[in-house]
Design a protein around this ligand. Structure first.
Ligand SMILES: Nc1nc2c(ncn2[C@@H]2O[C@H](COP(=O)(O)OP(=O)(O)OP(=O)(O)O)[C@@H](O)[C@H]2O)c(=O)[nH]1
Length: 337
């Protein structure tokens, strides 16, 4: 199954919210009396519809003239779908430009919205950059439960498949369960996981991991970190120390600092970006759990607000449920096209 198909099939909670929202907005208008179209067989729902072609031929779609009231409804719906007020306003204004009074069908509105979303997201859709530097050090940060371990495992597996040698350091040394999870993912991905005694200094583990990655000529070293935001000062010091220590080995490291965000937290993801940017030099984002939420619109808000690269998105718990972020695919899947 292509990742786009998977994305479309799993983003349904978000896309239902937006797609059905748009249908509702257009259909809310009294429809002009038009000759009733000949009845058509109801399109097969879901799977069958998807198996046999694209969009089923539609009878004449309802239309609604674009006016202030409709724009307001559109704006509200986008805010509800977690695009955030600023982004919703901008998107709506762009859709309105030069189109006031035009009678739009829901499909046309979806196309317009998808184009606006893709326009916002195209500049940030950038895969994790790979450098010739060995080892390339990728620091992975994010709150507990955001999906850091899972993301590291999935990325490690993909890099391995692409012929890279990868090592993982289990830098959340306080939580035995977190270390265990990472070891399981390391096994699945066929990648060594360096661990340290429970409660030991993560920076010292990071230093040892750097030494080993250098001596073994690894291409990539991914370092997991703790996500205890309850004590921000401690976490900031811990992350700063890891960075200081690995820079003793390589002054240009870490080469990437990935912030992993959980889509189900909706608007809270924006606060997490603000916070982690103060704690670490975040260079890019990965968003997980887009499959389990109606709040996928938050990714548009993130792109619009911060402009940070979005390297990958996760749509499930399996090893191949993570892929590079594609702006057009995401925009179309999100609006239900
Ligand atoms: N549905 C879904 N679940 C995911 C996805 N990514 C991660 N998960 C699940 O989210 C839970 C937390 O993921 P972890 O990778 O353990 O998160 P973490 O940030 O490492 O959390 P700690 O180990 O607590 O620091 C696990 O049950 C994962 O299986 C995703 O894209 N979709």
């Amino acid at each position: 199954m292509s990742f786009f198909t998977k994305l479309r099939d799993r983003l349904t909670r978000s896309s239902a919210k937006i797609g059905e929202g748009l249908d509702g907005i257009v259909e809310a208008a009294p429809q002009a009396a038009e000759p009733a179209p000949a009845p058509v067989p109801a399109p097969a729902p879901g799977l069958v519809g998807r198996l046999f072609g694209t969009t089923p031929a539609k009878p004449e779609e309802p239309r609604r003239a674009l006016d202030d009231e409709m724009l307001e409804e559109l704006e509200d719906m986008l805010v509800q779908a977690d695009l955030g007020v600023d982004t919703a306003l901008r998107v709506t204004a762009n859709i309105a430009e030069g189109r006031m009074g035009r009678r739009l069908s829901s499909t046309e509105l979806k196309e317009l919205l998808a184009a606006e979303i893709a326009r916002i997201m195209t500049p940030v859709a950038r895969p994790l950059p790979l450098y010739p530097k060995k080892p390339q050090v990728v620091l992975v940060v994010g709150v507990n439960g955001a999906g850091k371990t899972t993301t590291i495992g999935k990325l490690a597996s993909q890099f391995r498949a692409a012929g890279k040698s990868v090592m993982i350091a289990a830098g959340d040394t306080f939580r035995a369960a977190a270390v265990e999870q990472l070891q399981i993912w390391g096994q699945r991905a066929g990648v060594p996981v360096m661990v340290a005694a429970q409660g030991s200094d993560p920076a010292s583990l990071a230093f040892d991991a750097m030494s080993r990655a250098e001596s073994e000529g690894a291409d990539l070293l991914m370092i997991d970190t703790a996500g205890r935001l309850q004590n921000r000062q401690d976490l900031m010091e811990e992350l700063a120390k890891i960075v200081r220590v690995i820079r003793k080995k390589d002054p240009t490291a870490p080469h990437n600092t990935l912030l992993v965000l959980d889509a189900t937290t909706g608007q809270n993801a924006l606060n997490q970006v603000e916070t982690f940017r103060q704690l670490a030099d975040v260079s890019g984002l990965v968003m997980t759990k887009l499959d389990g939420t109606a709040r996928g619109g938050v990714l548009v808000a993130l792109a619009d607000r911060f402009g940070l690269p979005i390297h990958a998105i996760g749509v499930g718990e399996q090893i191949d449920d993570l892929d590079a972020f594609d702006a057009d695919d995401f925009a179309r899947a999100l609006v239900g096209l």
